[in-house]
Design a protein around this ligand. Structure first.
Ligand code: T6T
Length: 316
């Protein structure tokens, strides 16, 4: 309690002195708030975060909501504020709803770094680290078009939740790029609330309403895993080309099994590591880079061997 009170009283930087009168001990703290708990993308990000924070001499805490849901994430942000760490790395689950709580952190002197998703308001975070998601959507469209070749048919985008900066950018990148392929009729996007079951049932419903469905772009891990289930349930694996985003162990397994034809994989561990580097620079008053992009790669079954470094982890 005494340490927490001292920490709360000591202003920015997260450094506190020892109250015992002996030599002062520096406590440097950093918190990661992922978009959702126990999910391979954020687990891999956490691994990069932990390794880099340890190397920089920071104590870490990771607090994630049970679902990718702003009302569940907001109390975590306000709770973290009470302990006043030097920095908070956060993947905001909504590009507007998290602005108020994140501004409270900034106003209290906590350095805020966005990892993966970001707010529309660019005045709060010191730095934002993410994949180029619009380019990822474009890569998905071009990969899907290449897989389909000259065949004619309809294509569907399965998105997560409106207001998620990353997946919205992926859907937009896909929509813009698919126009270059007149043999493919774009059916538009459907939201799934980031629930695999909804993604599965939307795929089977679309197969009934549009039997010429030839391709699906699933904008993230849960929609991709759910879409694969939908195609399995309908007996359409392989007949419909499924391009997913992310590379969870299950998605990679589905790629090897021919249920998924391509994955656009990110580099979440590097997002976590780079987030720490920027946070430390901000705390130390050094130069901070406002926007940083990390790698994206399209992986198909034939080039999966050699791309292992992009496969996400279940544990560090
Ligand atoms: O695709 C990632 C992440 O980039 C996105 O912002 C939310 O979904 C994931 O975490 C995967 O589930």
């Amino acid at each position: 309690v005494a340490a927490a009170a001292l920490l709360a009283a000591c202003g920015s930087g997260g450094q506190i002195g020892d109250s015992g009168g002996s030599a002062p001990t520096a406590v440097k703290k950093m918190v990661l708030i992922p978009g959702v708990a126990a999910e391979p993308f954020y687990i891999s990000m956490e691994c990069g975060f932990r390794e880099a924070a340890k190397a920089a001499g920071y104590e870490v805490d990771v607090q994630a909501p049970a679902k990718f849901d702003a009302p569940l994430q907001i109390p975590i942000v306000t709770g973290v504020l009470a302990n006043k760490p030097g920095a908070v790395l956060i993947a905001p689950t909504d590009d507007k709803a998290l602005a108020g709580p994140m501004k409270q952190l900034k106003d209290a002197g906590v350095k805020v770094v966005e990892v993966d998703t970001k707010l529309q308001d660019t005045s709060i975070a010191e730095s934002s680290i993410s994949s180029n998601n619009a380019q990822g959507g474009k890569k998905a469209a071009e990969t899907l078009a290449r897989l389909v070749g000259d065949k004619q048919g309809s294509v569907l985008v399965l998105n997560t939740k409106a207001g998620t900066s990353t997946t919205d950018a992926r859907a937009k990148g896909f929509e813009d790029a698919i126009k270059a392929f007149p043999n493919l009729k774009y059916l538009g996007q459907q939201y799934t609330d980031n629930e695999p079951d909804q993604a599965a049932s939307k795929v089977t419903a679309t197969l009934s309403s549009d039997p010429d469905l030839i391709g699906v772009f699933a904008t993230n891990l849960n929609t991709g895993e759910g879409a694969a289930t939908g195609l399995r349930n309908a007996g359409k694996t392989g007949a419909v080309n499924l391009v997913g985003f992310d590379a969870s162990p299950k998605q990679v397994q589905d790629l090897q099994a021919g249920v998924v034809q391509a994955l656009i994989a990110q580099d979440p561990a590097t997002i976590g590591k780079t987030g720490v580097e920027q946070a430390v620079a901000a705390i130390e008053g050094k130069e901070v880079k406002r926007n940083i992009e990390t790698d994206l790669v399209a992986i198909t079954k034939t080039d999966a061997a050699g791309s292992e470094r992009y496969f996400y982890k279940q544990a560090c």
